[in-house]
Design a protein around this ligand. Structure first.
Ligand code: BES
Ligand code: ZN
Length: 867
């Protein structure tokens, strides 16, 4: 019925090792905007059956020549289909030359070779290399690349590719450069860039004393804005040496920033390519969140050099082998840089905002999926965030030393190869001698487990008995689930909120780690001298939903004093959730606890900022069935107003006591103070928006950095009216020639929870600065609206849904990968109350019924409807 039924899925169980190895690849590019010539020379060796034909993948390529051991092949010697080139009867060892022509200028998929602001650049992961030249484009074919680039000197002074520059020269109007990458790599890590770029240069001395040249290439005039990324890069390189013992392997590491990019960034060997929004920053144009993301993405892509490049994936089903592990590594890095408590809260917020809904809806899939139509659709929160959580649990149960030894074993034994998740788990088995196969369940089973703890306290025996059980709900095509190993870090508090001792493994402790492996079990804690408050799943020790039947007072006790900062924040969130969803929920007691937290001098500003943020409307939607977006919006707003009114005097005093800093520093402590000051502004505005107009205006106009300026602007968006419009006009006039800042101008308007936004977004997409072909700009309207403005996206008129469906269809015509990512907004439609449910379904049905729909959008929209 839907397209998913007709297209043929790729299955993990169909995996077969490649029939041919290609130990050496030479590429020669004659770069031309519409007629780029690519000549590939492969040294090929048969590894499989003697009669297997050579199958090379290629899409939208115009084949110009084909030579086997120097002899031109006539068309009857091969077959050509839209997706592959098949040559039967090839010898066991031979050289193949393939020549194709491609059109980078016309390529708006931003995959393969394309042009961005007049420059050539590439994006090959996952399956983009086949848009450049015929090749067995799969990650288990590793080859040593030598790449020759030729382009006109004018306009293309820089010619970059992976590895080391080994030769360059010029003739009359053109010049060339030859790059050699000594490390065999899969085709998805190939990259080239050519054009006019400024460079910021630095160097790094590795732990073995080698000097690595570091170069960040950016738009002319922008190199000062790469300074923070450079600093983050050097810190990442040092961190991977100190924490994992992993050193960088080439003499040169380059990063290039481009404006037109489908994702955040890409780890091509020695030549990372970044979305400019995740690389360029200065006080005037970037927020603290931008700085934080730059730091983590620079680290992430750098860390891939080991977790992804040196050890790569056997097939795309193993994607989380590199992504989950690398996210875990970048999260640990960020925690070390910025504080683990705050980092953990942010990571869990993200996991719950994106991965939990995915796992609970029609698009649910295991961290290692069993089948897919388009692998691009599987760069999901589940693969990334849940994948990272599994690595985190392995570290938690094994301890830091075991984890390090297992990772050493993994990197050392699989260096230079394409590995699997089984290989990863085997490394833990190799260093511990224990069976880690139960952990595979986390990879193959979709759905978020629910962990239930029922406590009984026997005062006479001073014994606390915990009956613990787990259940994972059915997900599409997986009805029955087995238990998974769940590490539970658990501590006790007295009802007054002080740490409470108990006896565990013969010792008196206030916290212990338990591991649930069965569906049900019982944990008995002895030596508990008074009625305990249970603080379970500290640090969010497993990605599960916890049900713990307890009096509200126990949550307040944790809110006021849990020594585990994650659970302190968690207690506040769960209380707020319950109070908001209860139409009678009052804010007074909550306000008291928050006041105590905000005025506690021992807590840091970043933590205070986080704990003063209420659960988002998306968070709340997950706890209500059927979802009524208008109710959630109204209740949250009313609760926030009541809370803010109760805290008004404190918020104003605290705000006044935190003056804006004259000079900007992006460090975590300064960012934390700004975050708190901006959170206080948000509360003050929530108490009485009209009364706070002047304050928000001053905040906006006096801002000396983009963080403060944006929070002033979004405060004014809540005030609305002319104060808001004036600020928008002022902002536009100041930043109209700064694309990355203008993205923020679009996004703040699309996310404004005012009904007028429905007409405003329709106007924004006709604005002269709007451009659907630039993913950043498109997302600044479409994504900001669909993901960050639930009240208006879910307007009962259905206009929000229609707008997003129109946008998806428009972008799908030229950039299916980016278009498909927005289908997620309709994912949980069956959980919504009428008329939302029917309206969302109608929008999805209109999408799937569209002529010429891409496989990407077809797969996700089809699943969303069917699930
Ligand atoms: N390998 C990915 C880039 C990628 C993403 C390629 C999707 C193909 C499809 C890269 O390492 C990555 O994960 N980038 C993330 C950011 C990261 C910090 C989580 C991205 O681009 O969103
Ligand atoms: Zn990655």
């Amino acid at each position: 019925m839907y397209r998913t039924d007709i297209a043929r899925p790729i299955r993990l169980t169909d995996y077969r090792a490649p029939d041919f190895a290609i130990p050496e690849t030479q590429l020669a590019f004659d770069l031309h905007p519409t007629q780029t010539r690519v000549r590939a020379t492969y040294r090929i060796e048969r590894r499989g059956a003697t009669d297997a034909p050579l199958v090379l993948l290629g899409e939208r390529l115009s084949l110009k020549a084909l030579r086997l051991d120097g002899v031109e092949l006539t068309p009857d010697a091969y077959t050509l289909s839209p997706e592959c080139l098949t040559i039967p009867g090839v010898p066991d060892r031979f050289t193949l030359e393939v020549e194709v022509e491609i059109n980078p200028q016309e390529n708006k998929t931003l995959e393969g070779l394309y042009m961005s602001s007049g420059r050539y650049c590439t994006q090959c992961e996952a399956e983009g290399f086949r848009k450049i030249v015929y090749f067995p484009d799969r990650p288990d074919v590793l080859s040593k690349y030598t790449v020759r680039l030729r382009a006109p000197k004018a306009g293309f002074p820089r010619l970059l590719s992976n590895g080391n520059l080994i030769e360059s020269g010029d003739d009359a109007n053109t010049h060339y450069a030859v790059w050699e990458d000594p490390f065999p790599k899969p085709a998805y890590l190939f990259a080239l860039v050519a054009g006019e770029l400024d460079v910021l240069e630095d160097h790094f001395i590795t732990m073995s004393g080698r000097t690595v040249a570091l170069k960040i290439f950016v738009d002319p005039g922008m190199s000062a804005r790469a300074a923070y990324a450079m600093d983050a890069l050097k810190r990442s390189m040092r961190w991977d040496e100190e924490t994992y013992g992993r050193e960088y392997d080439l003499d040169l590491f380059m990063i290039v920033a481009v404006r037109d990019f489908n994702f955040g960034a890409m780890e091509n060997k020695g030549l990372n390519i970044f979305n400019a929004s995740l690389l360029l920053a200065d006080a005037q144009t970037a927020t603290d969140l931008d700085y934080e993301r730059i730091e983590s993405v620079v680290a992430h892509e750098y860390f891939h050099n080991w977790s992804g490049n040196r050890v790569t994936c056997r097939d795309w089903f193993q994607l989380c082998l590199k992504e989950g592990l690398t996210v875990f590594r970048d999260q640990s890095f960020s925690g070390d840089q910025r504080g683990h408590a705050v980092q953990r809260i942010k990571d869990v917020k993200m996991l719950r905002a994106r991965q939990f809904p995915e796992d609970a809806g029609p698009l649910a899939h295991p961290v290692r999926p069993a089948a897919y139509l388009k692998i691009d659709n599987f760069y999901t929160a589940t693969i990334y965030e849940k994948g990272a959580e599994i690595v985190g649990m392995l570290k938690t149960v094994g301890g830091a030393d075991t984890y390090r030894r297992a990772l050493d074993h993994y990197f050392d034994t699989h260096d230079g190869t394409a590995a699997t998740l089984e290989d990863f788990l085997s490394s833990f088995e190799a260093v511990t001698g224990q069976d880690f196969s139960p952990w595979l369940k986390w990879y193959v089973q979709a759905g978020t487990p629910t962990l239930t703890i029922k406590a009984t306290y026997d005062a006479a025996a001073q014994r606390l008995t915990l009956n613990v059980s787990q259940i994972t709900p059915p997900t599409p095509s997986q009805a029955h689930k087995a238990p998974v190993p769940i590490p539970v870090r658990l501590g006790l508090l007295s009802e007054a909120g002080a740490p409470l001792r108990f006896v565990h493994a013969g010792e008196s402790v206030t916290e212990a780690l338990f591991l649930l492996t069965e569906a049900n079990t019982q944990w008995v804690l002895e030596g508990v001298t008074q009625t305990p408050v249970i603080s379970a799943l500290r640090g969010f020790s497993a990605p599960v939903k916890l049900t713990l039947d307890e009096p509200e007072a126990h949550r307040f006790a944790r809110f006021r004093g849990d020594p585990d900062p994650f659970n302190r924040w968690e207690a506040a969130q769960s209380l707020a959730k319950a109070l908001i969803l209860d139409p009678q929920g009052a804010a007074a007691a909550y306000a008291e606890a928050l006041r105590a937290t905000l005025t506690d001098p021992t807590l840091d500003a970043a933590f205070k900022a986080l704990i003063s943020g209420l659960p988002t409307e998306m968070d709340l939607a997950q706890s209500l069935t059927p979802v009524d977006p208008a109710f959630i919006h109204a209740r949250r707003k009313a609760f926030k107003a009541e809370l803010a009114a109760a805290l008004k005097a404190d918020a104003e005093a605290l705000y006044a006591a935190l003056p804006a800093e004259a000079t900007f520093s992006p460090d975590a402590a300064s960012a934390g103070r700004r975050a708190l000051r901006n959170a206080l502004l948000d509360l003050i505005v929530a108490a009485d928006a009209p009364a706070a107009t002047a304050l928000a205006q001053t905040h906006y106009h006096k801002a000396s950095n983009m963080t403060d300026q944006m929070s002033g602007l979004s405060a004014l968006s809540q005030v609305h009216g002319t104060a808001y419009q004036d600020a928008l006009d002022d902002f536009y006039a100041r930043f109209k020639s700064e694309p990355l800042v203008l993205d923020k101008w679009f996004a703040v308007q699309a996310a404004c929870a005012h009904r007028e936004t429905l007409t405003r977004v329709r106007a924004l997409v006709t604005h002269p600065d709007f451009d659907r072909k630039v993913p950043n700009r498109w997302r600044s309207v479409a994504q900001a609206f669909a993901a960050n403005n639930p009240a208006i996206f879910h307007d009962v008129s259905g206009e929000g849904y229609a707008f997003i469906a129109d946008e998806i269809l428009s972008v799908d015509r030229f950039n299916p990968m980016t278009a498909a990512r927005l289908i997620e907004a309709f994912g949980g439609f069956k959980r919504y109350a009428e008329p939302h449910r029917s309206l969302m379904q109608a929008a999805l049905e209109r999408i799937v019924a569209t002529e010429g729909l891409s496989k990407n959008v077809g797969e996700l929209a089809g699943k969303a409807l069917a699930g």
